[in-house]
Design a protein around this ligand. Structure first.
Ligand SMILES: *Cc1c(COP(=O)(O)O)cnc(C)c1O
Length: 410
């Protein structure tokens, strides 16, 4: 950092000192590692908590090592739904019995989209936007090919996202399913989910929301908004660890008619009867196919406990303060160097990350990582700054943007 940044660091430290969530940062592993001065990618892979290290260790030595196969009877069989209910209460705004943990987001998108289409026979179109996350687009392209359906694309604004206005021209009485991300992985745009759900239902279609970039960062009210189906990651803001399983939400009123296409024994009614023929289990359990990854869902419980303790309103307040501060520094230090802001500037329309564009970002990303400043690069020329509310300090934002400035001026 150059000397002119010092007053900036003083200000960053003052913001940390008055941040009511600042002390929670010490609950994470690696925050005092001097080789990482700014971790700005908590939206791609959240940091582990210290509690998770203990929980995983004790799971291996006591639960797995001690209970052995008995663990399935005692706890593990129900664990995907037990943790799903905790997640639903802490972060989804959903009543119990509608959420389960398992698979990956990609696989759950497939299962839920196929299940939704089965609920709208005779309708032939799926609506999705061009700037939705690649896996969402690919899964839907595959399903459309498989079932002979048509994808109706929303040509969304890369710097913004999808609005109800965008739906007016593509949603019709042919629409079976609308699939959108709640927070855009690129721009950070925050969808008006309640309005979109209302509009989708007026057309008689089903709404499937991807919550990967919102869960644990933006308060969700799935039950109140009327969302039909949802999926999301647990390794981003929920700090479940690399490749930790995803979650699925199926609204209670749809569960009796919802059947997903990967029929496995673990989602069958009374699986240990080993009976002939598939009968979906009652309730949310029918989303499960094979044996769920119990080890994979251990760590996310610690972040859910933190969210339960502080509440999503406090998490969102910190998240807004972090992105507002980052944008303020971008305007002051980077706009004069030709950087452009690719995210909504109104915090009410923005999730927990921002993206900034410059033709040289691809060339500098490796040097930033080598200097311990870790955002991620999103083609063609975006640097995405993900500010995980429980583990990111204002000082990290200040140091990170200062180093980006240095690299652009070198
Ligand atoms: C991260 C992310 C995914 C990832 O899906 P995986 O199956 O876990 O690889 C999907 N959708 C969105 C919107 C994401 O941000």
């Amino acid at each position: 950092m150059t000397t002119s940044s010092s007053p900036m660091l003083v200000r960053a430290d003052a913001l940390d000192a008055s941040d009511p969530l600042h002390a929670y940062r010490d609950l994470f592993i690696g925050v005092d590692d001097p080789s990482v001065s700014a971790y700005l990618d908590g939206n791609s892979l959240g940091r582990p908590t210290k509690a998770s290290a203990e929980r995983i260790n004790s799971f291996v030595t006591q639960a797995w090592g001690g209970r052995l196969i008995r663990g399935w009877n005692e706890e593990w069989y129900e664990l995907p739904i037990t943790i799903g209910d905790i997640l639903a209460a802490a972060a989804l705004g959903a009543a119990a019995g509608q959420t389960t943990i398992g698979d990956s987001t990609t696989v759950l998108l497939y299962k839920l989209a196929r299940g939704a289409l089965q609920m709208r026979p005779g309708r032939s179109e799926i609506v999705v936007d061009r700037d939705n996350f690649p896996t969402d687009r690919y899964v839907l392209e595959s399903i459309a090919g498989e079932l002979g359906l048509t994808l109706r694309w929303i040509e969304s604004d890369r710097r913004g996202g999808v609005s109800v206005d965008d739906l007016l021209t593509v949603v019709s009485d042919r629409t079976a399913l609308v699939v959108l991300s709640h927070v855009s992985y690129r721009s950070g745009h925050l969808l008006d989910a309640a309005a979109v759900a209302r509009f989708t239902h007026e057309a008689g279609a089903i709404l499937l929301l991807d919550l990967c970039h919102s869960v644990g960062s933006v308060p969700l009210e799935l039950d109140t908004w009327g969302v039909d189906l949802a999926v999301g990651c647990t390794y981003k803001y929920l700090n479940g660890g690399p490749g930790s399983p995803a979650f699925a939400y199926v609204r209670t009123e749809h569960q009796h008619e919802f059947v997903q296409p990967i029929w496995g024994w673990m989602g069958r009614d009374n699986p240990f009867a080993m009976a002939q023929g598939y009968e979906p289990a009652p309730g949310i359990r029918r989303v499960i196919s094979g044996t769920p990854s119990i080890l994979g869902m251990i760590a996310l419980q610690d972040t859910l406990a933190l969210i339960e303790e502080v509440g999503m309103a406090a998490v969102r307040a910190k998240s807004i303060a972090l992105t507002e501060y980052a944008l303020e520094l971008v305007r002051e230090l980077l706009i004069p160097l030709g950087v452009e802001i690719g995210s909504p500037e109104d915090s009410a329309e923005r999730g927990g990350h921002i993206i900034i564009d410059h033709p040289r970002f691809e060339a500098v990303i490796e040097r930033l990582w080598n200097r311990g400043v870790i955002p991620d690069f999103r083609a063609p020329q975006g640097l995405r700054l993900g500010l995980s509310p429980l583990s990111t300090s204002f000082r990290e934002v200040c140091v990170g943007i200062g180093v980006i400035r240095d690299e652009l001026t070198d």
